[in-house]
Design a protein around this ligand. Structure first.
Ligand code: UDP
Length: 376
């Protein structure tokens, strides 16, 4: 059992990973500024993990104990703030044994119009986090990296040794953080760092209680498609029908978010069990599916028809991006277990039960309450 700090633990991947960690016996401390995550997601994680009700009425006790004793804590805080990080490291007697760093901005288009924000949150935020780890004597870190680092490569499938050639500010910040973590790992003995390069995480927990809840118009295919299925968007625009692929639409490696969550658990186990090291792994299924294949799978699995139109290509896109996931299997015995049909079924279970995401049922513990409780 390890006490794990999850930055961005109220977001899509963080919330699912928090649940997986709780279910394997770990203690979890979430720090999130709720800019793209939601306290309600963490409340539901507590519920799914069987930690008992956690609501506004219980909020004045949550910093002391959290639901189910002291297994889950939530702190509203910004990774760029040393004070917020110190509070997170100190909660419930301290003793954080590892950090999973999900907090960051991830919209490619936005990164091109607001590059400074991306460098600040993604890079400065990670510098501040590492400084806090040093202050608190924690040297184990799992970092959310991305297949976006590989840029528009023609290599299929893509091994970890492929050249890194990001093509937008979002990708540059991920590459910069990988570089920085490589330097940190080499700077002193004892660092245990995993760089996990995600391909396309999609789907939701099978309960339909937690899932992806993008702010505004979804940038990514799967949440967009779910919103079309739910009637929140009129139709899906398929970006390009003339790619050099089987049916002319882009091919990606979609993996179920619960497989990804379990991958983080495995990475943590390996880091803690083996001598200090820097581990760089692709997390993907190794299978490619085109946009139209995903649309058809979603329709078949859920008995729905999705209106779509093929439009022009999106700038910066590539034809195919598929992981070579063999290293992850070799190094940590992990591979995806869930199918495209599982992804479509679980994604739709979440979307249909929560048509407005968490907004329809939001939980707003106040910042003052959280702050006041955590400081003590
Ligand atoms: N895509 C699409 N319509 C959309 C969003 C995405 O056709 O509204 C396509 C996109 O061109 C790519 C695939 O779906 O081929 C996956 O895109 P996404 O943005 O989800 O992931 P990424 O491009 O980062 O792999």
């Amino acid at each position: 059992m390890t006490k794990v700090l999850l930055t961005g633990g109220a977001g899509f991947i963080g919330s699912h990973t928090g649940l997986a960690l709780l279910q394997t016996g770990h203690q979890v401390v979430v720090v999130d500024d709720f800019s793209n995550g939601n306290a309600e997601a963490v409340r539901r994680v507590a519920e799914l993990a069987g930690l008992g009700p956690w609501g506004q009425a219980a909020a004045d006790h949550w910093a002391e104990a959290g639901p189910g004793g002291s297994r889950l804590h939530l702190i509203q805080g910004d990774v760029r703030s040393p004070q917020d990080l110190d509070r997170a490291f100190a909660v419930s007697g301290g003793g954080i044994g590892a950090v999973l760093h999900f907090a960051g901005l991830k919209a490619v288009g936005e990164s091109m119009t607001q590059p400074l924000r991306y460098w600040d949150v993604n890079v400065t935020g990670t510098v501040r986090l590492l400084e806090a780890m040093v202050r608190h004597g924690c040297q184990t870190l799992v970092f959310s990296s991305s297949a976006t680092l590989y840029g528009t490569t023609d290599t299929v499938p893509i091994p970890e040794t492929a050249p890194l050639q990001p093509i937008n500010p979002y990708g540059y910040t991920k590459a910069a953080v990988e570089r920085m973590l490589t330097d940190v790992a080499a700077s002193a003995p004892g660092w245990r760092i995993a760089l996990l390069r995600y391909f396309n995480p999609v789907g939701a927990h099978p309960s339909g209680r937690i899932g992806e809840d993008p702010n505004g118009l979804p940038n990514n295919l799967f949440p967009f498609l779910c919103q079309v299925a739910g009637g929140r968007r009129q139709r899906l625009d398929v970006f390009g029908g003339d790619w050099p692929t089987g049916d002319g639409t882009g091919v990606r490696d979609y993996l179920h978010v619960m497989d990804l969550a379990e991958g983080h658990g495995r990475a943590l186990d390996v880091l803690l069990a083996e001598p200090p090291q820097l581990l760089t792994l692709n997390l993907g299924s190794g299978q490619g599916h085109s946009v139209l294949e995903l649309v058809r799978a979603f329709e078949t699995t859920n008995g729905l028809t999705l209106p779509y139109a093929v439009v022009g290509r999106r700038p910066g896109d590539s034809a195919v991006s598929v992981a070579d996931p063999r290293q992850a299997e070799r190094r940590m015995g992990w591979r995806t277990r869930r199918s495209l049909a599982d992804i479509c079924r679980d994604g739709w279970a979440w979307q249909s039960a929560n048509p407005q995401g968490y907004r329809s049922n939001e939980w707003h513990p106040t910042g003052e309450l959280i702050g006041a409780q955590q400081v003590s």
